[in-house]
Design a protein around this ligand. Structure first.
Ligand SMILES: *[C@@H]1O[C@H](CO)[C@@H](O)[C@H](O)[C@H]1NC(C)=O
Ligand SMILES: *[C@@H]1O[C@H](CO)[C@@H](O)[C@H](O)[C@H]1NC(C)=O
Ligand SMILES: *[C@@H]1O[C@H](CO)[C@@H](O)[C@H](O)[C@H]1NC(C)=O
Length: 191
């Protein structure tokens, strides 16, 4: 009785094994994975980062530059059609001289015909401690007219694989002729 039961359960487990393997063979390019293989068996943690980035607009050393001008046939107050790039210093404090912890590399585009709103795509490239080499990616609508803007965290790399969350953004200082300082509070869930 006991050996028969053993053989039966062996047969069942063999069948289970071939059916999962078969699922990946069916397509030839996809298979399921144990979460632990990617370190996902741990409970995810939530971190709050407070950063400041600093844009310089002056021509000879600009870190944030419009590349495509606004479309003239549209309402000029919205800058609709403008596209720009940036590579800004990221620091721990609102002073440009505070500790440098990374860069913000990104793109922006003015995408509203009725107000000055930006679509932003930003990579926060960290260079500090265990975060060195990891990135947080933010993509969304930056509604400039609001004091506090919210932009989704859509992912990341390194420490921030599988990241989700959001950023709260406010302008600490802005002079469109010279420079800006922007505060980012990023709430991010990661493993
Ligand atoms: C950029 O250049 C301006 C004018 O030359 C200078 O005042 C400013 O300190 C420079 N900023 C940076 C961040 O190098
Ligand atoms: C242009 O946009 C501004 C800000 O939204 C608005 O007040 C103004 O009426 C618009 N002008 C035209 C011609 O649409
Ligand atoms: C970050 O990593 C780079 C490349 O591995 C290294 O050169 C650099 O010194 C590191 N920075 C810090 C602050 O640890």
């Amino acid at each position: 009785m006991a050996p028969q039961f053993l053989i039966l359960s062996l047969l069942i487990s063999c069948q289970a094994l071939t059916s999962t393997t078969k699922a990946s063979e069916d397509t030839g390019f996809v298979g399921s994975l144990d979460r632990a293989t990617l370190g996902l068996e741990k409970k995810n943690q939530v971190s709050h980062f407070r950063f400041y980035f600093h844009e310089t607009f002056t021509a000879n050393n600009a870190t944030s530059v419009p590349v495509v001008p606004a479309l003239p046939k549209y309402n000029t107050t919205t800058s609709f059609g403008t596209v720009g790039v940036m590579d800004n210093a990221l620091t721990t404090g609102p002073e440009r001289s505070s500790k440098l912890v990374g860069r913000v590399e990104g793109l922006y585009a003015a995408t509203s015909q009725t107000e000055f709103n930006l679509l932003v795509v930003l990579n926060f490239v960290l260079t500090e401690g265990k975060y060195n080499g990891s990135t947080i990616t933010i993509l969304g609508r930056n509604r400039i007219s609001q004091n506090l803007r919210e932009i989704p965290v859509i992912g990341g790399s390194g420490v921030f694989r599988f990241a989700t969350g959001y950023a709260e953004v406010n302008t600490v200082f802005l002079d469109p002729q010279t420079r800006s300082t922007i505060e980012y509070n990023i709430y991010v869930s990661h493993y």
